[in-house]
Design a protein around this ligand. Sequence first.
Ligand SMILES: NC(=O)C1=CN([C@@H]2O[C@H](COP(=O)(O)OP(=O)(O)OC[C@H]3O[C@@H](n4cnc5c(N)ncnc54)[C@H](OP(=O)(O)O)[C@@H]3O)[C@@H](O)[C@H]2O)C=CC1
Ligand SMILES: CC(=O)[C@@H](O)[C@H](O)COP(=O)(O)O
Ligand SMILES: [Mn+2]
Length: 378
Amino acid sequence: MKRILLLGATGSIGLQTVDVIEQHPDKFCLVGIAAGHQADVMQKIIDKHPSIQVAGISDVSKANQLKGVKVFSGTNAMVDCIENCEYDLLVNAVVGFRGLKPTLTSLKKGIDVALANKESLVAGGVLVRKTLHETNTKLYPIDSEHSAIFQSLQGNRNEDVKRLIITASGGSFRDKSRDELSDVTVEQTLKHPNWNMGKRITVDSATMVNKGFEVIEAHYLFDLPYEKIDTVLHRQSIVHSMVEYNDNAIIAQLGSADMRLPIQYALCYPDRPVLKEDHPLDMTKTMDLNFKEMDYVRYPMLKLAYEIGKKEGNLGAVFNGADEQAVQLFLEKKISFLQIEESIEQACKNGKYIENPTIEQLEASDAWARKFVIEYWD
Ligand SMILES: NC(=O)C1=CN([C@@H]2O[C@H](COP(=O)(O)OP(=O)(O)OC[C@H]3O[C@@H](n4cnc5c(N)ncnc54)[C@H](OP(=O)(O)O)[C@@H]3O)[C@@H](O)[C@H]2O)C=CC1
Ligand SMILES: CC(=O)[C@@H](O)[C@H](O)COP(=O)(O)O
Ligand SMILES: [Mn+2]
């Protein structure tokens, strides 16, 4: 029985993780959950899972709504849960930079992490890599592209990899030119063509910041140079990513647009138990699959992510912090869609570079980038 501590339990990935756990009561039990504000959703999970001992909620005013478990609240609640819970695997499905410290804390405790929180690697990749080496712990990818790559690498050697090919749907505005982006609305942006996800990642998908994040994430997860990480436009989101080998063989993982498979693979690796999905992929009913060369002029954020990723240091924290703040301003209808890109470009241009940042310096870089974006549009 694997004991799971789940961060971000009330979100899109969190709730799908709960579903996977409930599909395998013989394999998993939930021993702790954490989230931001939705105490009612948390309590429903707690009532259904008597194995839960601890709960963490960032919103202090909601803490007294949680019953029957030990409750931690405030900004350190997720770390408090990690430090006060006996578990075998941390599932980090919280959104944002706030996920980095919990990832590091669990690895330092010697406990592996199933990682959906890509910000841990975008903002803190250098620190996470160092901690993985020091503690001999592992990260299991949940992000669909990285799960596909992880699955396609099984049984093969890193030195035989020619390149990773990360697929990109193109996001909500893939059929619009850059000129047509100036007045797109929040509502239009939140309609992803293929996936049903949280708001922040859906906006990131439309700006292609998400794909940029995924390039950086792949660099750290699979220990490959950026020169060996490519992206390709693939409208259908059926081929979740590919690995091309030196002998030109391309190995891919295909599936429906449902995160339960990558979640289950991360939780069960290397086993593949039966999984119930709403619409598992039926090859005979699948439309054509097409692939198109990536357009880095149409998607400048992806180009910028390669540059930021290669420079390492604290720049990933600046890139992510600026994006988090800009997406929030966009969702509040205070800036336009294209001003998200401008916010990130300006923050990255003005941010002070630190080669080997500590966690405190990454936190300061994140805070600086947010403040920079707020003041830039004030
Ligand atoms: N959704 C998807 O299909 C995919 C998501 N990912 C990644 O997974 C992560 C989660 O994404 P997604 O599930 O879509 O996001 P959601 O917005 O759906 O969920 C976010 C979760 O984070 C919690 N949260 C928000 N603020 C805080 C806080 N201050 N303290 C603690 N918890 C907080 C939310 O709690 P509450 O709602 O209670 O405030 C919620 O549980 C992201 O890093 C994303 O990039 C990666 C691949 C696919
Ligand atoms: C489901 C998932 O992993 C998301 O990160 C998804 O990949 C977003 O799709 P695009 O960024 O390709 O639009
Ligand atoms: Mn993804």
